[in-house]
Structure formats: C-alpha cells, structure tokens
Design a protein around this ligand. Sequence first.
Ligand code: ARG
Length: 456
Amino acid sequence: MAKMWAGRFEKEENKEVNDFNSSISFDHKMYEHDILGSIAHAHMLGSTNIISKEDSELIVKTLLEILEDIKSGRLEFDMEAEDIHMFNEAELTKRIGEVGKRLHTARSRNDQVALDIRMYLRSRVNDTVSNIKKLIKTVINLAEANKETIMPGYTHLQRAQPITFANHMLAYAFMLLRDIDRFNDAKERMNYSPLGSCALAGTTYPIDRNMVAKELKFNGIVKNSLDGVSDRDFVLELASDASISMMHLSRLSEEIIMWCSWEFKFIELDDSYSTGSSIMPQKKNPDITELIRGKTGRVYGDLITLLTMLKGLPLAYNKDMQEDKEAIFDSLDTLNLCLDIIRPMLETMKVNKENMKLAAQKGFINATDLADYLVKKGMAFRSAYKISGSIVAYCISNNFVLETLPLEKYKEYSELFTEDLYQYIDLKECTFKRTSEGASSIKSVESQIKYVKERL
Ligand code: ARG
C-alpha cells in the first residue's frame, strides 16, 4: 500500500520496516473510538467553516458506514496498514475520494492517538469498575453467610485472636472499594481532550477544541499542546491501579491456596474450579488462584514496561509511545480475566465452618482475653500480660488449653481468678464481645456490610 507520506520519499518502504512499525495488530481495538473521534473532528471542521458543511456531512455519514461495516464484519482490518488511524482514513478516502482527504485538516496522528487511547481506556475503566463491583457483591454474600463463623485471625501466620470469616472477607471488600476509587479517580484526571494539539504546536486553523471535547464527553481540554500529545500519565496510573488490584486478588488467592490445603482445610473449592494431578490421584489443586498469583507479576511487568518506556523521552511525541498499548491492554485484560474467574470460584467454594472453629480452639487465641480479664479485675495490663504468658507456657508443656486448666492452677498465678473466667475466655464470647467499630461482633460486621452496600 502506498504510504500517506509517499510524496516526501523516493523509495518504497521495505516490508520488514513496515511490519516493525505497524501497530494495527493491537491498536485495531480502538477502531470505534478512532471513528467517533474523527466524527467529532469533522463536525467541528464543518461548523467552523474550515471545510464545507457538505464535506463534513459526507465524511460523517461515511465514517458511520465504516463503523457499521467493521462491527458487522463486512470490513476487515488490513494488516498492511500502519495503524488503525491510517486504516480508517484510507478506507474513508477509498469510499469518497478527495473529500475524505479533508478530514485530517488541523489534526495529526499524534493528537489522534492520544485522543483514541483516552477514550478507549475510559470505557475499559467503566467495565473494570463494574467487574470489581460484582466481586464485592460476592464477597458481601460470603460475609453475610458467615457472620457467626469463628476462625483464628493471624499475624505472622501464627494464630493470634478470634475473628469471624465474615470480618476476614470484609477486609477484601474494603480493598476492592479503594480499587474502584482509584480507577474512577484516574478516569476523572484523564478525561480531558488532547485533540487540537495537532502534531505538537497547535494550528493556525480556527479550530474549536472545546466543541470536540464536549461532543466526546470529556470534562474539558488538555491546556498545553505539547502535553496533549506527550502525556501518558493516565496509562501509568491505570497500570498501577491494575497492579494494586491484582495484588489484592493475589493476597486473597494466596489465602485460598492455604485454606484449601490439608493443613488448613478451611474451605473446599468446587470440583469445577479445581484441577487434578496427572500422577497423584488424591490431588485437587487450586490452579486458578495460583495463576492469579502468577499473573500478578505479569501485570507489575506491564507497569514497569510503561514507566521505563517513558522515562527518557524528550517532548513531544516519540514513536516509543506506541509501546504503551500492548502493555496497558494486557494489564487491563489480565485483571478482568482474573476478576471474571475468581468470582464464581468464590461463589461455589464450600466454607468448612467446623474446621475453622477447631483451629480457633487450638491456638490459645484467647490469651489476650485472659490478660484482659485480669485487667478488668484491677491489674495493670503489662503484669496481666506476663501472667497470661506464663499460664500459656504451662498449658503447652502440660497438655492443657486455657479452657481446661483447673481453677486451682489459675489461682497459683493470681488470686484475682475466679470461676467466671471460663465464661470470659469462651471462644464465642471472645469473638462477639469485640464490639468496637470494624471488629468481628455481629453488629460491627453488619454495619460494615451496610456501609459497603451503600457505597455500591
Ligand atoms: N501508531 C502510533 C502510536 O500508537 C500513532 C501514530 C503517530 N505516529 C507518528 N509517527 N507520528 O503511537
């Protein structure tokens, strides 16, 4: 195909160079945004009399036809084209000749690509946010079904204090809410139109940048023409938002991998969301969660690719920036793929309430409560803490748990211990008397659920 810039060149481009340069194999995804951007540009060119109204109308009508033809599969992308912008423009010119050649007045591919990627990513953010919302709903359902499911809470992966599975899952609901905030926040910041920056220096034509911005539902225009074509901060922001979101999914995945091991047996994954081993018949493997954990590294890689690609670029546009697309597309594709699979996996997994409770009974996770008991009776916390520690050590060496150690033994450590201590360190009691905001008591959990639901 003859190049748009053939006039300046004496030789034909060589095939390898053409392939190397070409981005249509991945930027064709932005075909609709490219066409809508061109339509807005054509409207503006017509209304400012930069081109005639008739030409503007014909361009718009033909672009809409091209859009329809691509959508219906009647028109296929030409992989020889350099990019989606060149493809759409060449198709337009093929259909309406000279008039089509007027579309690129007061525009450059530099501001065109900057526009397209903002529009494309804007809609990807919307999809991603609604996908995260769906996952939050699943997490909330799990919390609602497990308000009374006692489990050990961990620090350093050592049993620490009793919590409910509901409260544990709700922690993820809050992480995911912040993910949504981050994506929406980035969307607001990127929602400004660069079109009219032209190659970098603006233009001598009397364009109306705000008109284009308004038609394309931007909050306004990018104020500086060089910034308009060279800024990819929003790509970085989205890639870091996706990385943080993947990190959250990865932490949840890691917990699920542990919980479904025979060492924990807190949950059982549904057969349809597990895989077997080719050699060990007893195995039921949590491949999905392992892949999510693995793919997190890949999304971090996309972020590093983008940061590194941009760090040495002089203003304004440089072709290096074409590398932004595969990285950010991969990052968002991967996140959404993981969101789509983790949700039904959580919905179908079985929560083994009995095993969670058994684990909670075994780890001295009421030792803090034992100390608190003495504090309530007047002892200073540090002294109470020391006595509780000695009692735990005694229990461990003599095969007791706090619940089974006789009262006489307790009294050897402090006269403050009386019969009511057993009630005080009862596991259920310890879990549900944690009524502070954010804690595991039924009321605290319900108010968290209410908050998350309102936010959705
Ligand atoms: N395909 C290019 C990209 O994705 C846009 C075209 C701008 N190219 C140029 N040589 N000025 O960045």
